[in-house]
Design a protein around this ligand. Structure first.
Ligand SMILES: *[C@@H]1O[C@H](CO)[C@@H](O)[C@H](O)[C@H]1NC(C)=O
Ligand SMILES: *[C@@H]1O[C@H](CO)[C@@H](O)[C@H](O)[C@H]1NC(C)=O
Ligand SMILES: *[C@@H]1O[C@H](CO)[C@@H](O)[C@H](O)[C@H]1NC(C)=O
Ligand SMILES: *[C@@H]1O[C@H](CO)[C@@H](O)[C@H](O)[C@H]1NC(C)=O
Ligand SMILES: *[C@@H]1O[C@H](CO)[C@@H](O)[C@H](O)[C@H]1NC(C)=O
Ligand SMILES: *[C@@H]1O[C@H](CO)[C@@H](O)[C@H](O)[C@H]1NC(C)=O
Ligand SMILES: *[C@@H]1O[C@H](CO)[C@@H](O)[C@H](O)[C@H]1NC(C)=O
Ligand SMILES: *[C@@H]1O[C@H](CO)[C@@H](O)[C@H](O)[C@H]1NC(C)=O
Ligand SMILES: *[C@@H]1O[C@H](CO)[C@@H](O)[C@H](O)[C@H]1NC(C)=O
Ligand SMILES: *[C@@H]1O[C@H](CO)[C@@H](O)[C@H](O)[C@H]1NC(C)=O
Ligand SMILES: *[C@@H]1O[C@H](CO)[C@@H](O)[C@H](O)[C@H]1NC(C)=O
Ligand SMILES: *[C@@H]1O[C@H](CO)[C@@H](O)[C@H](O)[C@H]1NC(C)=O
Ligand SMILES: [Cu+2]
Length: 593
């Protein structure tokens, strides 16, 4: 799990802070990532997967708060890729953010690109992952951000740390299957099992020999750094007979939560304290699906084993958690989620925007796209599954939005993403007019002025019976989660329930099933920033869009100039709108070759 740590050096960085010049130490780290195919055997079948440095999950990156990281990514795989540094704000530096066709074009096979990752406010755990096609299923790893040297955690220093990456396993060639499914309008493949640090564990076929095992010493306290790197599902996670204390979410500290299980969204990371104080023995840690959709249920159990060290005899099989919620236990999931509060004390203050200058109301929905409007009511032949925000189903341009914006190249996107839906309806009602279900593709972005105070209310729907949760993720920003509720958002009564005192600060948070989520942030990071549902199937179907945050008035509040070696956009298709079912779908891996 260790990264190839090539070299490091220390620079003295000069910051202008509170009217004084302060000399602050920031370490600079260099990593090399080489992407190539590797054979692994799971569920009794050997498959080739794309990995970084022959590791699955990929290397762990370790930095201190405020450090700078350079990662030279060399692509020795078969198709183009990009890498995203999930949850890293990257002040003024969208060039290294990574989402394909949003901030860059793919790194083609045989070429390389060096990302510059700038850490600022983040402290705790984040992760990195591929952000092109569904490649992140196997191309991902944790980022550990320690407190700055000379400072410490807001809790007693743990005796040791352990990274736990939760993943999902797919059979066959996932990108190819997703492309086929998108083209023919059918459902996208579902995971065949849950991974803990790259292993399915004892409850999957042909897997118990390689189950991930972790030794603990009695009496010690460990900091677990948990990453949900699953492509498409929420998870419950628990450890048999051990309570967990959650102290961080998405690299921001929270008020400690003592609990016997967690619910974690894909994209989220949690810092969790575990004290090894139970009788010497072996205990399972497990991950299972938390499902809110009516569709496919995956009953698999991902597992790893915690083994106490010492001289004891343990004859039975490891102990299994007895407090794990059922797959459809919405109440258990929301109860846990509702407990999360920012630390919000003197040492870790928060600054929730109170004077909102930009209000957006965004309906996030499942929909249909019509191949041929006239025949759209034909139940099978002419429509495919899609998803949308404010009735726009995102289509990737073939020149990335950042390059088009920075270079004033017109024709790749428009700036008319709507602040509110054009049609209001009973979003959570079961039976609706057929026309409500139909959406259209476009590449529409929202432009924000520098330093604007933004509030977004996300409203879920039950259109086409597709109600479920949506873990919304924002690039370039963490946001405060000020409110959450069931049913249709009421713009008079619901704002009265907002938590403006200690709301959690996150980069990914769920919109409840047939409910709403209210978030706030200050647009103080100029650039081009993607925001989207972190379920890859909803992302591929179009539940995504972009903020262009304009420059402020000074250089320090403006986007940085681009690196000289951005991967070129060589794609010949120039339709602004790339139809999902056509063979000119920019999300198609053939296009990256
Ligand atoms: C994976 O296994 C296949 C079949 O045995 C083999 O042809 C291929 O070279 C292997 N790939 C790698 C990267 O080892
Ligand atoms: C990145 O790696 C490639 C080899 O894959 C090498 O040729 C190139 O010089 C490296 N770039 C930097 C900036 O180190
Ligand atoms: C659509 O593609 C999926 C994935 O390849 C395949 O399983 C399914 O059979 C295809 N359906 C049709 C109607 O072609
Ligand atoms: C294991 O394989 C058997 C035989 O193919 C199958 O019936 C069973 O469902 C599999 N179990 C799991 C957990 O995948
Ligand atoms: C875990 O917490 C629950 C409820 O908070 C409590 O009932 C239980 O005794 C605790 N278990 C352990 C092992 O501390
Ligand atoms: C474990 O079992 C072995 C064999 O039964 C015995 O010799 C040994 O003393 C036991 N150890 C402990 C710590 O109970
Ligand atoms: C809120 O912002 C508006 C627009 O910038 C400004 O006119 C107003 O004075 C502000 N109100 C408060 C209470 O700060
Ligand atoms: C829609 O389908 C009908 C019947 O196949 C065809 O006549 C018509 O030209 C199509 N319309 C468009 C815009 O493709
Ligand atoms: C884009 O347009 C802006 C404003 O007109 C100008 O300042 C900037 O230099 C232009 N950038 C490029 C790359 O042409
Ligand atoms: C909206 O639909 C929900 C679910 O069917 C229903 O309970 C509610 O009464 C409806 N609201 C209005 C204003 O019609
Ligand atoms: C969404 O857009 C489609 C296509 O323009 C239109 O048919 C449909 O009525 C719109 N739905 C809503 C709810 O605005
Ligand atoms: C509140 O919602 C009502 C009903 O949807 C709408 O007419 C009104 O414009 C909204 N008010 C604000 C301030 O958004
Ligand atoms: Cu979603």
């Amino acid at each position: 799990m260790e990264g190839r740590y090539i070299s490091w050096q220390t620079i003295l960085a000069c910051f202008f802070l509170l009217g004084q010049f302060l000399w602050v130490r920031a370490d600079v780290h260099y990593y090399d990532f080489t992407l190539k195919e590797m054979n692994v055997t799971k569920l009794c079948v050997t498959e080739s997967i794309l990995t970084v440095n022959d590791l699955f999950p990929g290397p762990v990156i370790r930095v201190h708060k405020g450090d700078i990281l350079y990662v030279n990514v060399t692509n020795k795989g078969d198709y183009g890729i990009t890498i995203h540094w999930h949850g890293v704000k990257q002040p003024r530096n969208p060039w290294s953010d990574g989402p394909v066709f949003i901030t860059q074009c793919p790194i083609l096979p045989g070429s390389y690109f060096t990302y510059e990752v700038i850490f600022s406010e983040e402290e705790g755990t984040l992760w990195w992952h591929a952000h092109s096609d569904w490649t992140r299923a196997t191309v991902h790893g944790a980022i550990v951000i320690l407190p700055k040297e000379g400072t410490t955690f807001p809790f007693p220093k743990p005796d040791a740390e352990e990274v736990i990456v939760l993943g999902s396993w797919y059979k066959g060639n996932l990108n190819a299957e997703v492309n086929d499914a998108m083209a023919n309008g059918s459902d996208i493949p579902h995971s065949r099992g849950w991974l803990i640090n790259g292993e399915l564990g004892d409850f999957a076929n042909c897997s118990s020999e390689t189950t991930y095992r972790w030794s603990v010493n009695y009496g010690k306290t460990y900091l677990l750094r948990i990453v949900n790197a699953v492509n498409d599902d929420q998870l419950f996670f628990a450890i048999a007979n051990h309570n967990l204390t959650i102290v961080g979410l998405d690299a921001a500290y929270i008020k400690p939560i003592a609990t016997s299980y967690v619910m974690i969204s894909p994209g989220q990371t949690m810092d969790v304290l575990l004290t090894a104080n139970r009788p010497l023995g072996q205990y399972y840690m497990v991950s299972t699906q938390f499902l809110t959709e009516s569709a496919y249920m995956n009953m698999d159990i991902g597992s790893a084993i915690i083994e106490y060290t010492g001289d004891y005899n343990f004859s039975s099989s490891p102990i299994f958690p007895d407090r794990l919620p059922e797959a459809k236990d919405v109440e258990a999931a929301m109860r846990f989620t509702g407990l999360i509060r920012s630390l919000a004390d003197e040492d870790y203050p928060i600054s929730v925007p109170l004077n909102v200058t930009m209000k957006m109301f965004i309906v996030v929905s499942m929909n249909y796209l019509c191949r041929n409007r006239t025949y759209c009511d034909d139940p099978t032949a002419h429509k495919i599954i899609a998803s949308s925000m404010n009735n726009i189903s995102w289509a990737n341009p073939t020149v990335d939005v950042l390059e088009a914006y920075y270079g004033n190249i017109s024709g790749y996107y428009t700036t008319d993403f709507p602040d509110r839906p054009l049609v209001m309806y009973n979003f959570t009602a079961k039976d609706k007019d057929d026309d409500v279900a139909i959406t259209d593709e476009a590449t529409k972005v929202k432009v924000l002025n520098y330093n604007e105070s933004v509030e977004i209310v996300f409203q879920g729907t039950d259109v086409i019976g597709g109600s479920g949760v949506h873990p919304m993720h924002m690039h370039g920003y963490s946001f405060y989660v000020v409110g959450m509720g069931q049913g249709n958002f009421n713009n008079e009564t619901d704002p009265l329930t907002y938590n403006l005192i200690d709301p959690p600060k996150a980069n990914t948070f769920i919109v409840p099933k047939s409910g709403w989520l209210a978030i706030r942030f200050v647009a103080d990071n100029p650039g081009v920033w993607f925001w989207h549902c972190h379920f890859d199937r909803h992302l591929s179907w179009g539940m995504d869009t972009v903020f262009i945050v304009k420059n402020g008035e000074t250089e320090e509040t403006s986007i940085r100039p681009p690196p000289s070696d951005m991967p070129a956009c060589i794609f010949s298709k120039h339709d602004i709108s790339i139809r999902k079912w056509d063979d000119n779908n920019a999300g198609d891996d053939q296009d990256y070759l």
